[in-house]
Design a protein around this ligand. Structure first.
Ligand SMILES: C[S@@+](CC[C@H](N)C(=O)[O-])C[C@H]1O[C@@H](n2cnc3c(N)ncnc32)[C@H](O)[C@@H]1O
Length: 395
């Protein structure tokens, strides 16, 4: 479906009321170690040193992804004594030769420790607590696992750079994207959605307790709506996504859990039945999804129509500034820009007239877009332990 291109947001300026606070608090950076020395007086040697570290860390990340996917971190986390590669192989059912080579990367990457003869290996408890499934660093190891998925479309994205290349790479080429996204989002939702995120909006919580219609736009595999539907049985949830894959997974979970107050629909946001849904929803949730849409402004206009007069809408997006230069000190900014290049911007551009906002389009552009589409009383905050910024708005 083609739509007129309406993007007055090029300079990311915010006009009128609802202005952003001068600085939105960002989550504290994890301990990344000291900054490279003398960056302000950098010469070719120092830059080369920094590039060397980057390349080495990049390759280590692939082995970290392998450690997660094979279950090797979980297996090592269960050992309290150093083990041989043969013992690790017996415990995991994996090939000893592959484990030994992987251990090479882990030991030299200072993740696993070994004895002097390199015959016994131990994952120290504090690292095990971080790396194991469900561990403290779950979100980070999941991000590591996104790397191989994104490498699989490298040549396709490369082609898109060319003047005569394709506009973008369609979703169908990203095998495993929905599984990855669901795992990433669920890691946060399971910890925070019910316990602190919803309670941070008492008026929304009260409406959900009493019973309202809720729309989850770009719901992925439905983790958020399922948790909410379980917690708020008097409310009714409609969750839509353009991906067959995601909606099929969501539907199986609903059947498994015998939930009757949530419906998953495979639907393009641009095809939302605006007459039928006019003023229907007391709460609308657009979690990490607006930037992936081909036409964010058209979608926000539709959401404005679908929201009830006293309804509230959550838009969650990466907590970035709209100006690249302002994101230099943002933790993981390069990770998000690269994710955007390899996926978010590129899937949006793959649609006819897709605008390709990308996941780093930033707070200023989103604020301007929400104002332009008629939303009011826009409050911004950073949820607990999140890379995202929450825009809570009314009609
Ligand atoms: C980054 S994912 C976020 C998924 C989920 N909300 C989460 O936070 O895990 C963006 C989702 O938007 C969906 N999406 C993209 N364009 C869409 C469209 N036009 N209509 C409906 N869903 C769309 C994608 O299929 C994808 O599941």
């Amino acid at each position: 479906m083609a739509h007129a291109s309406v993007s007055p947001l090029d300079n990311g300026q915010v006009t009128g009321g609802n202005e952003l606070p001068a600085s939105i608090p960002t989550p504290p950076p994890p301990n990344m170690g000291p900054s490279p020395p003398g960056l302000e007086k950098e010469n070719i040697e120092l830059f080369g040193f920094r590039m060397g570290q980057t390349v080495n860390s990049g390759f280590l990340l692939l082995s970290i992804a392998m450690g997660r996917e094979t279950g090797l971190f979980d297996a090592l986390a269960n050992f309290t004594e150093p083990k041989t590669s043969k013992e690790i192989a017996e415990a995991t059912g994996l090939k000893e030769r592959y484990i030994r080579e992987w251990l090479g990367a882990m030991v030299t990457g200072q993740i696993v420790e070994s004895n002097e003869t390199s015959t016994r290996f131990l994952l120290p408890p504090h690292r095990a607590a971080f790396l194991r499934t469900g561990g403290f660093g779950e979100e980070m190891t999941l991000l590591a696992a996104a790397l191989p998925m994104q490498c699989s479309v490298f040549d396709k994205v490369l082609n898109c750079f060319k003047e005569d290349g394709p506009r973008g790479v369609p979703y169908k080429h990203y095998c495993g994207f929905q599984k990855f996204m669901n795992a990433c989002s669920s890691a946060w939702w399971n910890r925070h959605l019910i316990s602190d995120f919803i309670p941070s909006m008492p008026e929304v919580q009260e409406m959900l307790e009493k019973g309202i219609d809720v729309l989850d736009l770009g719901c992925g595999s439905g983790g958020a709506s399922i948790l909410l539907a379980e917690r708020f049985p008097k409310s009714t949830f409609i969750a839509i996504d353009i991906s067959d894959d995601a909606i099929n997974t969501a539907k199986s979970t609903v059947t498994e859990k015998k939930l009757t107050n949530v419906t998953f629909l495979k639907m393009d946001a641009l095809e939302m039945p605006e007459e039928k849904w006019q003023g229907k929803f007391g709460y609308v949730l657009a979690w990490d999804s607006i930037h992936d849409m081909a036409q964010p402004e058209v979608v926000l206009n539709l959401l404005h129509k679908c929201l009830s007069n006293n309804g509230r809408m959550t838009v969650m997006e990466v907590n970035a500034h709209s100006e690249i230069a302002q994101n230099v000190n943002m933790p993981f900014a390069s990770t998000f820009y690269t994710n955007s290049l390899m996926h978010c911007m590129t899937v949006s551009l793959a649609f006819e007239d897709g605008q390709g906002f990308g996941n780093m389009y930033g707070r200023q552009k989103l604020m301007a877009l929400l104002q332009l589409t008629g939303f009011n009383d826009i409050q911004t905050s950073v949820p607990n332990m999140s890379f995202n910024c929450h825009f809570l708005c009314s009609k």
